[in-house]
Ligand binder design. Structure first.
Ligand SMILES: CC(=O)N[C@@H](CCC[C@H](N)C(=O)O)C(=O)O
Length: 369
């Protein structure tokens, strides 16, 4: 398989969570070009489960990749840039899928003792594909006894593995708040209750939550990434909406932040004569690496001379945390060299990491687990 060509082809067809129809078809096309004798495929919504039958199986090993993209307008200048306007693989899932396909090809060509299931999971960026996929009959039928996954990172040199014991990715909760006021003519503000002014005060007010309610020895993030409202420049807005995300390293801090958000929303309602509705959307459980499952991987990397570093916690989220809550396993970062950060419109990971990713994943399946 030409990893770079596959990654570039996937890069051109980014799709948002649970819309990965073209992606699923492309993945199937690639899988059909592999030796078929030991492979079985099950579709699950826009995702796939692909099982390679082991030679003398006593258990099932799982490797999971996410397959969705983000609503980002690409600005990489790539000749192979996204063909789907306003959508982009800005979180590296094109890399993740290519590495999964590469490892699948190697295992399909030469199966290992145990069964291996490659899990192509939709909607990691939202609304969250892991929980419904895990609950499906298809997943339950081939449920792995051990599972692992990777995520690309621009924080580490291309091809370098980075992981740690304990929390790797944070707990997350999406946040959507609608403010409803009373619209009217821009020249008669005293006859209205401006929803945009209410939402703006809310956004400024909550900046004090992490600064003043969360212990300075703890960590949390409260980001509003989107704000919208109104219909025209000379009409006072009846409705405004803020959309964001909360990140914490424990559930208590998550509850504390939500409680403070609710208090501030109540205060805004009173002060600005509006009504509101809060929706916490998708919540992701932390990705927690238990030493028992992470340490053997670190030892394996050392033994095989795969470049490796110990990393810190990150406030990124990943619904892979739900797999690890139920199934033994671990997650790691794969460095893709210095580039703009994840979710940036000019995110340009170093493609030399693809081959190393395939090498690490297939070697660990074959010799490590
Ligand atoms: C690795 C990564 O970037 N993951 C996403 C996960 C999204 C979680 C959820 N939809 C939210 O926005 O809270 C991230 O943003 O960290």
């Amino acid at each position: 398989m030409d990893y770079i060509a596959v990654r570039r082809a996937l890069h051109q067809i980014p799709e948002i969570g649970f819309e990965e129809v073209e992606t699923q078809a492309f993945l199937l096309e690639q899988i059909q070009q592999m030796p078929q004798e030991h492979i079985q495929i099950m579709k699950w919504k826009t995702g796939l489960l692909v099982r390679v039958q082991g030679t003398q199986p006593s258990r099932t090993i799982g490797f999971r990749t996410d397959i969705d993209a983000l609503p980002v307008k690409e600005n990489t200048g790539y000749p192979f840039q996204s063909r789907h306007d306003g959508k982009m693989h800005a979180c590296g899932h094109d890399f993740h899928m290519t590495i999964a396909l590469g490892a699948l090809e190697q295992i399909a060509q030469n199966p290992v003792k145990d069964n291996v299931v490659f899990i192509f999971q939709p909607a990691e960026e939202g609304p969250g594909g892991a929980v419904p996929m895990m609950a499906s009959d298809s997943f339950q039928k081939w449920k792995p006894d051990f599972i692992f996954a990777l995520h690309v990172s621009p924080e580490f040199p291309a091809g370098t593995v980075a992981t740690k014991e304990g929390i790797l990715f944070a707990n997350t909760s999406e946040l959507f708040i609608d403010f409803y006021g009373k619209g009217g003519h821009a020249a008669y503000p005293h006859l209205t209750y401006d929803a945009i002014v209410a939402a703006s005060h809310f956004v400024v007010g909550i900046q004090s939550i992490v600064a003043r309610r969360v212990s300075p020895l703890n960590s949390a993030v409260l980001t509003i990434g989107k704000m919208s409202g109104g219909t025209k420049q000379n009409i006072i807005a009846e409705h405004a909406r803020v959309e964001g995300t909360i990140r914490t390293l424990d559930q208590e801090t998550m509850a504390l932040i939500k409680d403070d958000i609710e208090r501030q929303v109540k205060a805004i309602e009173i002060a600005y004569h509006c009504q509101s509705r809060i929706d916490y959307g998708a919540n992701y459980y932390q990705v927690y690496n238990r030493k028992k499952y992470e340490q053997p991987f670190v030892d394996f990397c050392t033994e095989k001379a795969f470049p490796y570093v110990i990393c810190g916690d990150a406030m990124t989220g990943e619904d892979f945390g739900y797999f690890l809550k139920e199934i033994p396993g671990f997650m790691f970062w794969l460095g893709v060299g210095k580039t703009s950060g994840l979710h940036s419109s000019d995110f340009k990971p170093d493609e030399s990491a693809l081959e190393q990713g395939v090498r690490v994943v297939s070697a660990y399946i074959r010799e490590g687990i």
